[in-house]
Write a protein that binds this ligand. Sequence first.
Ligand code: COI
Length: 358
Amino acid sequence: MSRHLEITLRKAETLKEKPDEGNLGFGRHFTDHMFVMRWSVGQGWQDAEIRPYGPFSLDPAAMVLHYSQEIFEGLKAYHGADGSIILFRPLDNLRRLNRSAVRMCMPEIPAEEVLEALKQMITLDRGWVPQAPGASLYIRPAMIATEAAVGLHPANEYLFFIICCPVGAYYAEGFKPTKMFVEDRYVRATAGGVGEAKTGGNYAASLKAFADAKAKGCTQVLWLDAAERKYVEEVGTSNIFFVIGGELVTPPLGGTILPGITRDTVLKLAADWGIKASERRISMEEIMAAAADGSLTEAFGSGTAAVISPVGEFIYKDKAIQIGGGQTGPVAQRFFDGIQQLQRGQMPDSHGWLVRAA
Ligand code: COI
């Protein structure tokens, strides 16, 4: 691990046509290059390469295909006000990937060196960073177990890669209040499980609830705790915040919730802006009572893909709970605007969150 990572650069001979920035959707178009490196027992990380985007060849016995030993991350790059390309808190994502790696018995990556490789690749593909308002370059690092073996054990070989895609809003609604289904049959994570790791299985396990919620006209699922199905945990693709009696409230990180980097950004900005915020357990009973007495004025999701996404309505046990008259509230709007300005270098970076790639 302590060996310096040598990065080979192999440029694409033909460049792809870029998509229309006004119609990007989310995660459908991929840039010209990707970063790849391999790990094996005794050798550590090797064969680090920025190379043309393209398929891998995998043995059908590759362990990821059988036992889901996989982790990933999501971060973004933006066009800065000064013409630079800006990455937002990239080391926080790479370090979180390493925490997921430890939980999933996978090797940690040399985060600082991988960040240098990422900056080099983004500089090469800088023409893919969209300039349209609200659009960005979504960066997806991932690691998979590639050892060909069917017996269950932590794999002896892994592939780490980073791909990038220009994206617009994650939800088809854009920055508009979503309708959310509060799931009380299925659960996302249990204490002692892998809920706080960013591993594909957590997302695969969420699909049935998501499909059922969609059939009921909802955009997303709000997960409850596995033990009592009483306390709010997180949304399918983001963390969750409520504004109750003027105070920002979000569930605490206790091992079952993804430690979101946007969640942390919201909490730190709330402190900067003098907004009272607390991390505490919130029951659906409390949400319903606060909605009934008018003290619950807003709810919004926070995530890299979702950014800040207001919630207009929760569906819980066949009842509709409307939030803020179904409109985007001032707190969600302030975080949405503030975070976007910060990420594009239009606000002072007092926390040192911005890393310029080019
Ligand atoms: C992200 O917000 O980066 C995620 O990984 C969520 C994913 C479902 C797009």
